[in-house]
Design a protein around this ligand. Structure first.
Ligand code: ATP
Length: 354
């Protein structure tokens, strides 16, 4: 296994800047997830690491050594595609060993490595079947196995679970995490699914428009989003975000939002009279009296997801989503008191966290 370093990677397709000055370091054995909306440059970056696309500027290093001049097959990285790209006429065992056969690895060695991968992935009983006779989850495991038998320095996975239905995806996600624990390989994993990113990644890289917005552990990205894009992209339901002004009233800091005022007592911010954005996660809003800051919201709609409810309400001239226990019994039109701990509030100035 190897560490991966990207230095100033830039890629243009004609006038489109797909990647712009991307710097990243992934430790040996780390599970790194590239997360971002469609078109943010994730797949292009993965293809550049694999050597399938050449960057215009910047460098790709494995264990500190540049691989820019190496062809894809000489980089010793293995890619697992969204489509799995299995050979339909070959049995699973042949699919697993194909890459090794092409590289002239001795037969006995291929057999051993195929069996080892099949054992790790729990697909030993599928070795004699053809891909057409497998379920989506089993095909995904075979595709992973084909990469594993090569014992690459880095695994590159491009949305490998997107062809699976939601239930299967959750199961395969757990298996993948377990597998990573066992083989301790360096994995770069591309997804636009924040749940996948948060549950799988040791490190999550949030991207948009060809740039990295934040790199961090999942909990850091969630608890301390670097900017308003990361704040609203991560988390479901989305963080409530309001534009307004910081004011000092009665020696206390307040946020004057659209039609409501939030008491921010206890916070020390040197941006009085400045325009800021305030973010509040739906689960950080208490229902009822008793907290520091009390607001009144008018219930508009309730979404029941079974394990809990989301209350969509009007707050001043804005809207607000609050996470509530499943027992919560509110009606549209009802006025409810809400409490907010100022220390759970996220404040952004010119889009950046302060
Ligand atoms: P998705 O999740 O939809 O696959 P992505 O984040 O992987 O998106 P990329 O496929 O890397 O995004 O594309 C980044 C940008 O570069 C997009 O604007 C895309 O249209 C553009 N792009 C990618 N490949 C090419 C190409 N071969 N020619 C022209 N433009 C391209």
């Amino acid at each position: 296994m190897a560490s991966l370093t990207l230095k100033g990677i830039t890629k243009r397709f004609g006038k489109i800047v797909a990647l712009s000055g991307v710097d990243l370091h992934v430790e040996d054995g780390q599970f790194c997830v590239l997360l971002g909306p469609s078109g943010c440059g994730k797949s292009t970056l993965l293809n550049i690491i694999a050597g399938l696309i050449l960057q215009d500027e910047g460098s790709v290093l494995l264990d500190g050594q540049s691989v820019d001049r190496l062809a894809p097959r000489d980089r010793d990285v293995a890619m697992v595609f969204q489509s799995y790209a299995l050979y339909p006429h070959m049995k699973v065992a042949q699919n697993l060993g194909f890459g090794l056969r092409m590289r002239g690895v001795p037969k006995q060695s291929i057999r051993e490595r195929v069996l080892e991968a099949a054992r790790l992935l729990g697909i030993e009983d599928l070795l004699d079947r053809k891909p057409g006779d497998l379920s989506g989850g089993q095909r995904q495991r075979v595709a992973m196995g084909r990469a594993m038998v090569r014992r690459p320095r880095v695994f590159l996975l491009d949305e490998p679970l997107s062809n699976l239905d939601a239930r299967l995806r959750a199961g395969v996600r757990l298996e993948l995490k377990q597998l990573h624990r066992q083989i301790k390989s360096t994995i770069i994993y591309v997804t636009h699914d924040q749940v996948e990113a948060m549950t799988l990644g040791d490190q999550v890289v949030v991207m948009r428009h060809g740039k990295i917005h934040q790199i961090g552990r999942p909990e850091t990205i969630y608890e301390r989003p670097a900017d308003t894009f990361v704040a609203t992209f991560i988390g479901s339901p989305e963080m409530n975000l309001y534009r307004g002004r910081l004011l000092r009233k009665d020696d206390r800091l307040h946020f004057q939002g659209p039609g409501f005022s939030l008491d921010l007592r206890g916070l020390q911010i040197n941006l009085e009279e400045s325009e800021v954005e305030v973010g509040i996660r739906p689960e950080d809003i208490g229902i009822g009296q008793g907290g520091t800051t009390i607001l009144q919201a008018k219930v508009e709609m309730i979404s029941n997801v079974g394990s809990e409810k989301y209350i969509h309400a009007h707050l001043g001239q804005g809207t607000l989503t609050v996470r509530a226990p499943k027992e919560a019994a509110f009606q549209p039109g009802q006025i409810i008191p809400l409490t907010i701990d100022p220390h759970r509030v996220h404040i952004f100035h010119e889009g950046r966290r302060i």
